[in-house]
Design a protein around this ligand. Structure first.
Ligand SMILES: *Cc1c(COP(=O)(O)O)cnc(C)c1O
Length: 949
């Protein structure tokens, strides 16, 4: 046995455990189990055609060599991406810390108070810098945040505007090119007409519902938008502003000018460039629009004891509830990055941010002045960090690149230079020298930066910001390190115990996959850097695309979408473009089974499709007869079917090929939701079952960590007929020959974290990947059998097997007064994060152990579930004061002098032996959702100010 094989590290069960596990399940071999699980007619006949697996050591060397093919130049390209300094204390204690990056989305608030507080800091930072009332917990990038702003303003049109079908949205020509491209993608299908122009000559006599402006403009001009926004208001036009977050420390925030929505990226708050992402975008608006706000909102509430507790607020806005009535499909966002940006604000505080903004501006002003002395003409008059100058671009470029410097070349004689936090006197001198050489002059050197404001005096920010305690007391490294640790300790992540989230595949995020992310060779490249400087990236991304093609059986892949839901949207837009290319503009019906994930109907609606819901049979499978009827009924207008495989019920439906054929016969394309790809890799694939396109959640199946709710990467892989339509980018050529406009801001989305999936696939190889899938099935069926007799498993395959996950029936416990939530909360006392609660079936738990968990952990989890089952048995409907209802139990509860619960402290906190060794203490009792929604507070203000009478 090769003991250095990565598969041995990634896969939990040891070979010596197999016997016992197989015996419990009642099969002879893993092969027999797979045979009994997967329909034979969809099994792959040959191994995946991938390169031999690398060991971790080999991968480390390989990725280092590949990284050397990237040329890390100083980047003054700007356009929404700026080199930033990641404070080392944040890099080490958050970015590189599994306590932060392996956490799940904070649905279980009581064991997520740490990251909830960190995100609240992020929201507060955004609210105060933009001058708005409410902000969300991040979006995917600035361009999609701008599109969400457009969708929100469209959604909140006045009754008259809706009646008169006012659908014009004004886009300032100052908008970033990638933002414009995403706006174009998103506008058309929902019936919004974009009008692009100059805001100074805007015609207010035409009816518009909204507008978006860029602040400062794409080439650095600082405009005073107050008059435009005021006039717009008179004309019932609501204005969104895409703003540079750092500039708002110096400039009047858009909120003070009357903006309805402010969006942007927080990348320059200590997030590496990463060749495009991941970065956290922000979205801030007015309180009155909170119910239409996309994404997650963290809010303050109280727990059972009336103590302050945080949790996700207003969850009824989410697509899980709204489905095809949703205006946004945002699910995974950029939580880890928002935590980092929030920590950056905590670490620097208001004075630090002010200092950084001043320094950036001073460097820019100094540069402008020196270039002027060289006779270089500058075209923008008011600026923050970007100047546009006239010079021979070709000449400048040659000299700049010799000096490892990138500018943005607008045309042959126009150059844009955006400065950033890393720039000091030395860097300014380097730039001066480039221009002196290009203009055949002697360079003068400066020895200090001059701090004069180069924007109108009345645009100077006068309001204070970030006065709250949290932004003013963690400014030494020791203090911040301990603050980060204090928060981390409140959270349960994968470095504590299994997180068996059905549909979310919380597997190992191996350190060897993560390490390259910290290397400047990889994380310090601008997404619009010339391709010849990004050869390492280009090779890695192409290779990953090929690997995903092989795994899915498809012909082409785009890595652009930044989440699974974004992938769904991309896939549907590609299907739409395909139908239109054949003149089938009318094909707009999407068939979606009732059990589908909420993002499916939400994405379909955003892609301009009409959703027809198809029935699910008693046994959880798609009702093929109902589907047939609807496919035939709508055959003239059928666009596609969206299907999850194995089904959301955790079953490999044997009729899948019949189902996909049925759709093709009626002129539709088949979209496969790939969230359950962990049950397919190496055994079957989407092409084999007859799909045309699927998204993959690289943050589920392919080992990118969840980060507490993001980052995500949701590539789509497509059959040959769809390849030409894969999305493009307006700055860097990518995508198909007939590419649709952009889905995301960056050409390759969140390129940096693609390294993780690349490492995962490269180190497992064909055999390891297949083995991972087999072990995922083994682990799931082991749990199923261990729990049988205690819990009923809903749905299984024809031979009684689960796929890689299973649904446990919990509804009958209502007769004992126990809700599924009680089980979820009680699991915390046992040191476990709950499985998926109430999806896809309300009142159930969906368990997915993944291949990474070993036998001991599976046994501990099963013991906990069985012990809880006994507690359920012992409770009665009248009994509201029992160990389940009172869960989770905090250390504070347990150590009070009075204990008046009808069970012992030991039963409360140490119900099983294994717990003592590794006790996890939830820090709050149950968070009160209703209270928090009635008293919505989404920033760091003290709760006393908001308590109910
Ligand atoms: C996770 C998931 C999605 C959405 O993925 P995000 O990355 O969160 O947008 C879609 N469908 C299913 C079945 C999922 O489990």
């Amino acid at each position: 046995m090769k003991t250095d094989a990565f598969a041995l590290r990634h896969i939990g069960p040891r070979e010596t455990d197999h016997q016992q596990m197989l015996k419990t399940i009642g099969v002879e071999s893993i092969e027999q189990l797979v045979y009994e699980t997967l329909p034979d007619d969809i099994r792959l006949k040959a191994p995946l055609n991938l390169d031999p697996a690398m060991t971790e050591y080999e991968f480390s060397n390989h990725i280092h060599q590949l990284g050397n093919k990237n040329k890390v130049f100083k980047s003054y390209i700007g356009l929404g991406y700026n080199q930033a300094i990641v404070p080392a204390v944040i890099q080490r204690n958050v970015f590189e810390n599994p306590g932060w990056y392996t956490a799940y989305t904070p649905y279980q608030a009581e064991i997520a108070q740490g990251r909830l507080e960190a995100i609240l800091n992020f929201q507060t930072t955004v609210i105060e810098l933009t001058g708005m009332e409410i902000a969300n917990a991040s979006l995917l990038d600035e361009a999609t945040a701008a599109a969400e702003a457009m969708a929100l303003l469209f959604d909140v049109r006045s009754r008259d505007q809706k009646k008169n079908e006012i659908n014009k949205f004004f886009v300032s020509e100052e908008i970033l090119p990638q933002t414009l491209s995403v706006l174009q993608t998103r506008a058309t299908p929902i019936g919004v007409e974009l009008v692009i122009g100059n805001h100074e000559t805007f015609d207010f006599s035409t009816a518009y519902f909204g507008a978006i402006l860029q602040y400062p403009g794409k080439y650095g001009q600082v405009h005073d938008y107050a008059a435009f926004i005021a006039k717009a208001k008179e004309n019932e036009i609501k204005v969104a502003v895409a703003a540079d977050i750092l500039s708002l420390a110096k400039l009047t925030p858009p909120g003070e000018m009357g903006a309805a929505v402010v969006v942007g990226t927080t990348q320059r708050f200590g997030i590496p460039l990463g060749y495009g992402g991941p970065h956290a975008a922000y979205f801030a608006t007015k309180d009155e629009y909170k119910r239409s706000m996309p994404g997650r909102i963290i809010g303050v509430t109280i727990d059972t004891n009336g103590n302050r507790a945080l949790r996700m607020a207003l969850q009824t806005r989410e697509q899980h509830i709204k489905r095809d009535k949703a205006t946004s499909n945002i699910c995974t966002a950029q939580v880890l990055l928002s935590v980092m940006a929030g920590m950056y604000a905590v670490y620097h505080g208001p004075k630090g941010l002010q200092y950084i903004a001043d320094k950036v501006h001073a460097a820019t002003a100094t540069l402008a002045n020196e270039l002027k002395k060289l006779g270089v003409e500058q075209t923008n008059t008011a600026f923050f960090d970007t100047i546009v100058v006239k010079a021979d671009a070709k000449k400048v470029r040659t000299i700049a690149e010799q000096n490892e410097i990138n500018f943005y070349y607008i045309d042959d004689n126009t150059i844009s230079i955006s400065l950033n936090e890393t720039v000091s006197v030395a860097e300014v001198n380097e730039i001066i020298s480039v221009f002196a050489t290009a203009t055949n002059q002697q360079a003068t050197t400066i020895d200090s930066l001059t701090n004069t404001n180069h924007f109108p005096e009345h645009l100077k920010r006068t309001s204070s910001f970030l006065e709250h305690d949290v932004f003013n007391k963690y400014h030494s490294e020791t203090a911040l390190m301990r603050y980060i640790k204090m928060l981390e300790r409140k959270d349960l992540a994968l470095n504590h115990s299994m997180i068996s989230l059905g549909s979310c595949t919380m597997k190992l995020n191996a350190a060897s996959e993560m390490l390259p992310l910290s290397s400047p060779q990889w994380n310090n490249i601008h997404p619009f850097a010339p391709l010849d400087q990004a050869q390492g990236y280009q090779e890695m991304l192409k290779k990953l695309e090929q690997q995903l093609n092989v795994i899915t059986g498809f012909a082409g892949t785009t890595l652009q979408p930044n989440s699974g839901a974004q992938g769904e949207y991309a896939g549907l837009m590609v299907i739409r473009a395909y139908h239109q290319s054949k003149g089938d503009h009318h094909r707009n019906i999407a068939l979606i089974p009732s059990s589908a994930h909420g993002t499916n109907p939400a994405s379909a609606a955003m892609a301009g499709m009409k959703v027809i819901v198809t029935k699910t049979l008693e046994n959880g499978n798609i009702d093929v007869e109902d589907l047939r009827e609807k496919a035939i009924l709508h055959k003239d207008n059928l666009s596609c079917l969206m299907v999850t495989y194995p089904s959301t019920h955790g079953v490999y439906e044997s009729a899948i090929k019949e189902i996909t054929q049925l759709i093709h016969d009626n002129g539709g394309q088949v979209y496969m939701d790939g969230a359950n790809m962990n049950a397919q890799v190496g055994l079957t694939n989407p092409a084999t079952i007859g799909a045309d396109v699927c998204h993959l959640n690289l943050h589920k199946t392919f080992a990118i960590p969840h980060g507490g709710g993001g980052p995500g990467v949701g590539p789509i892989c497509v059959a040959p007929q769809l390849v030409p339509f894969l999305p493009g980018n307006p700055v860097i050529a990518t995508g198909g020959d007939h590419a649709i406009t952009a889905i995301s801001a960056a050409p390759w989305g969140s390129a940096l974290v693609c390294l993780i999936s690349y490492g995962y696939i490269s180190m497992l190889g064909a055999e390891g990947l297949k083995s991972a899938t087999q072990h995922a099935i083994l682990n799931a069926n082991y749990i199923k059998e261990k729990l049988s007799g205690h819990y009923e498993t809903l749905y299984s395959g024809e031979m009684g097997r689960a796929a890689h996950e299973m649904i446990l029936e919990c509804r009958p416990f209502k007769q004992k007064g126990i809700e599924v939530t009680d089980i979820a909360k009680r699991l915390m006392d046992y040191g476990f994060h709950a499985p998926t609660v109430s999806f896809p079936v309300a009142g159930t738990l969906m368990i997915e152990p993944t291949e990474s968990e070993n036998l001991e952990e599976l046994d501990r989890f099963c013991d906990a579930m069985i012990s809880i089952r006994k507690e359920i048995e012992a409770s009665t409907i009248e009994d509201k004061n029992n160990v389940l209802k009172n869960s989770p139990h905090t250390l504070a509860m347990l150590t009070t002098d009075v204990w008046d619960f009808p069970y012992t402290r030991e039963q409360a906190a140490f119900p099983l032996d294994y717990i003592a060794e590794n006790k996890f203490w939830p820090t709050v009792r149950r968070a009160d959702d209703a209270f928090g929604d009635r008293n919505l507070v989404c920033s760091c203000a003290p709760i006393e100010a908001y308590m109910e009478e």
